[in-house]
Design a protein around this ligand. Structure first.
Ligand code: CDP
Ligand code: CDP
Length: 205
């Protein structure tokens, strides 16, 4: 079966957690598209131009263990405003979305630009304070020396850049269902997401 689930939202809203859970529940493949931009951003930190970095991307670039740092996240959001970078990553994402067996893609522009015809679309969000606190716990848990205030400023700066760019800005698709996870546990957020998607699968089936 070909069935695409698009999950978008701002930084640390719970997109990845929900996407993984949804993919496991339905037996679909999952692509974290943020990793593509992080991998391009990482290459630019090593001196490459954004477009060159995007065109040179290799599968092993996505498996590096330094992609989750705050520095790489900022570099990712800077390369993400470059139209040639977004264009270079488009075909790979669309091919993944239409693979047999179903696919879940999470990012910023999946429901609006990459897969406007996705069978199910979610917009996962939460307050900036809650998202920053979650990311702070993650980063410090991995040994990063960051403060809460730094993480909050970083998240807000990245959200603004993602929402204000002219190419594929972060916004909910008109037909997306919004899930605010600010006061939801992970199991509750996942349950809501699965319920919404099951409705679409029932209609499609
Ligand atoms: O993919 P995205 O950046 O949107 O977020 P994530 O990596 O799925 O989640 C960021 C952090 O928030 C993780 O540590 C999750 O365990 C946590 N989280 C949470 O505490 N409650 C939720 N309802 C969802 C995620
Ligand atoms: O995990 P988190 O939500 O913090 O970030 P991410 O999903 O790994 O994305 C990192 C950056 O890549 C974002 O801030 C966006 O600038 C960019 N991105 C994008 O422009 N389009 C996507 N589909 C995914 C990520």
């Amino acid at each position: 079966m070909r069935f695409t689930i698009a999950i978008d939202g701002p930084a640390a809203a719970g997109k990845g957690t929900i996407s993984k859970g949804v993919a496991a529940h339905f037996g679909f493949a999952h692509l974290d598209t943020g990793l593509l931009y992080r991998a391009v951003g990482r290459r630019t930190l090593l001196g490459e131009q954004p477009k060159t970095a995007a065109l040179a991307l290799l599968p092993e670039d996505l498996n590096r263990d330094d992609l989750r740092t705050a520095e790489v996240a900022q570099a990712a959001s800077r390369v993400a405003v470059v139209p040639e970078v977004r264009a270079a990553l488009l075909d790979f994402q669309r091919a993944f979305a239409r693979r047999a067996g179903g696919a879940v893609l999470d990012g910023r522009d999946i429901g609006t630009v990459i897969c406007p015809n996705a069978e199910a679309k979610l917009f996962v969000t939460a307050s900036a304070e809650v998202r920053a606190q979650r990311r702070y716990l993650e980063l410090t848990g991995n040994g990063s020396q960051v403060t809460r205030d730094q993480v909050l400023a970083d998240v807000k700066e990245r959200d603004a850049r993602d929402m204000e760019r002219s190419e594929a800005p972060l916004k909910p698709a008109l037909d997306a269902v919004t899930i605010d996870t600010s006061s939801l546990s992970i199991p509750d957020a996942l349950r809501l997401a699965i319920e919404q998607i099951q409705l679409k699968i029932s209609v499609a089936g």
